[in-house]
Design a protein around this ligand. Structure first.
Ligand SMILES: *Cc1c(COP(=O)(O)O)cnc(C)c1O
Length: 459
């Protein structure tokens, strides 16, 4: 398997190269040069547990890693989850919840980042190289990435979060990690500002090379790859439980990473009948799928902060396929968007994706309804997905809703919805009062670059 840039530059790369590089050198994102069709293998995969299924899928795309090492990495990555099924599927009311929050930081991002941490350690251990990870987080990526790499040799991580715009629990999950290789930066700005700083540092090629930068945001292909697995796992479990041939997925969406993994699962031959993309008030993607125009709005803080995003970094990967895999056309589109803040893709066919927006009111009423009717607590991100999913129910195709975080991460929203302090988790209850470490910085790439350079040269 070879990887190419969405913008068409550079030589084809191996999985190992793409893992360490993160972003392509021409500013594009990496994609495999072909998508394997696995539809003939699904019945054989039915009996596999999560880690074994993950190995079968990941090995198709990471064929430059020795199979025994890959199997060991995958098994170790999912052993850190607190549920034997890793990502269990639970029927609740009219939908099936795919619980993705049983990892160490209680959000779906652990599924990919536990794997990434182990992969980095293996690959760097072989080459003797170092990696300095620069990451932007709207809340959950940061802690999941930190827990993926804390205490590991040859890796440092610098995590930027928008100051005051992540939930108190999300902030504590990051800032209470005091390992020497972890640096938390609170940026005076929005998540998009943090993401722009990451892009600026990566696009400064001399700096990028000198500091051996790596990425754990969902621009890193390996993250998308790890997320493909649970679409297969959940579809197989739900087919088994319901006898349905096709399934639907509802995906609360910010950066288009998670739903893009679902789109690839669809392209690989998983019988997905609809992928329901759900946004909060930051609805650039929902508007795009409604109108064909991708146009920038202002970021509004909501109850689902991990989706408070306007520029969805992974959307470029989807646009590449929409452009008929024409890198020149795609690069032109991205240039137009950068210059004008808007992009129209004429006459686009979206295969299985439909989209909707769930605002604060829908988020709260959905949390309340599922608690009252089923005794099941939804986190506010999951609630956006479930609220929008309810507009797309079909008895012939069960709806699998991605439960992207544990509700205790967003306790304030639960109190607002139900009037009660219902959401707790012992891992989070232990955090308040612990010592923290964080550096406040302006939204300026030069300042962040200085901090990274100082750490690298001081080593
Ligand atoms: C990151 C996140 C999302 C959005 O996922 P994308 O891959 O950015 O679309 C949704 N819910 C939660 C809880 C998240 O942490």
């Amino acid at each position: 398997m070879r990887y190419i840039s969405t913008r068409g530059g550079g030589e084809p790369q191996t999985f190992r190269q793409v893992l360490l590089a993160g972003l392509a050198r021409d500013g594009g994102l990496f994609l495999p040069d072909e998508i394997p069709d696995v539809s003939g293998r699904l019945s054989g995969w039915r009996s596999l547990g999560y880690a074994d299924l993950a190995f079968e899928i990941v090995r198709l795309f990471a064929d430059d890693l020795p199979a025994p090492a890959l199997r060991e990495i995958v098994t170790r990555s999912y052993a850190s989850f607190r549920h034997p099924e890793v990502t269990p599927v639970v029927p609740v009311g009219p939908v099936h919840m795919l619980e993705l929050f049983h990892g160490p930081t209680l959000a779906f991002k652990d599924v990919a980042l536990q794997f990434l941490g182990n992969l980095f350690e293996y690959v760097l251990g072989q080459s003797g190289e170092e990696l300095n990870i620069v990451a932007a987080t709207s809340g959950d990526t940061g802690s999941a990435a930190i827990y993926g790499v804390r205490g590991r040799s040859r890796i440092r991580i610098f995590v930027m979060h928008p100051h005051g715009r992540v939930s108190p629990m999300q902030e504590l999950q990051m800032t209470t990690v005091l390992d020497d290789n972890v640096c938390n930066l609170a940026v005076d700005g929005t998540f998009d500002d943090c993401q722009d700083i990451v892009k600026a540092l990566f696009n400064d090629l001399p700096f990028r090379d000198a500091c051996r930068l790596g990425a754990v945001n969902s621009i890193n292909w390996a993250r998308v790859l790890a997320q493909i697995v649970y679409y297969f796992y959940a579809a197989l479990r739900t087919q088994e439980a319901t006898g349905a041939e096709r399934v639907r997925f509802a995906v609360p969406t910010g950066n288009f990473g998670d739903i893009f993994a679902g789109y690839l699962a669809f392209r690989m031959g998983l019988p997905i009948d609809r992928l329901v993309l759900a946004t909060n008030e930051n609805d650039i993607l929902a508007r795009y799928f409604g109108t064909g125009v991708y146009s920038l709005g202002a970021v509004a803080p909501t109850l689902s902060p991990s989706m408070d995003i306007q520029v969805a970094s992974n959307f470029e990967r989807y646009l590449y396929y929409l452009a008929g895999e024409d890198a020149v056309l795609l690069a032109g589109w991205m240039e137009t968007f950068k210059r004008t803040g808007a992009l129209a893709t004429p006459g686009a066919e979206h295969a299985c994706i439909v989209a909707g927006r769930g605002d604060t009111e829908l988020t709260l009423s959905t949390i309340r309804a599922y608690w009252e009717r089923s005794g099941y607590l939804l986190d506010p991100h999951t609630a956006v997905g479930v609220g929008v999913a309810e507009r797309h129910l079909d008895p012939a195709a069960p709806m699998i809703c991605l439960a992207t975080a544990h509700p205790a991460k967003f306790g304030a929203a639960i109190v607002r919805a139900t009037g009660r302090e219902l959401a707790h988790h012992p891992l989070l209850d232990a955090l308040p009062g612990l010592p923290t470490r964080v550096t406040r910085v302006p939204a300026d790439p030069a300042v962040v670059a200085r901090i990274v350079r100082a750490a690298v040269s001081g080593a």
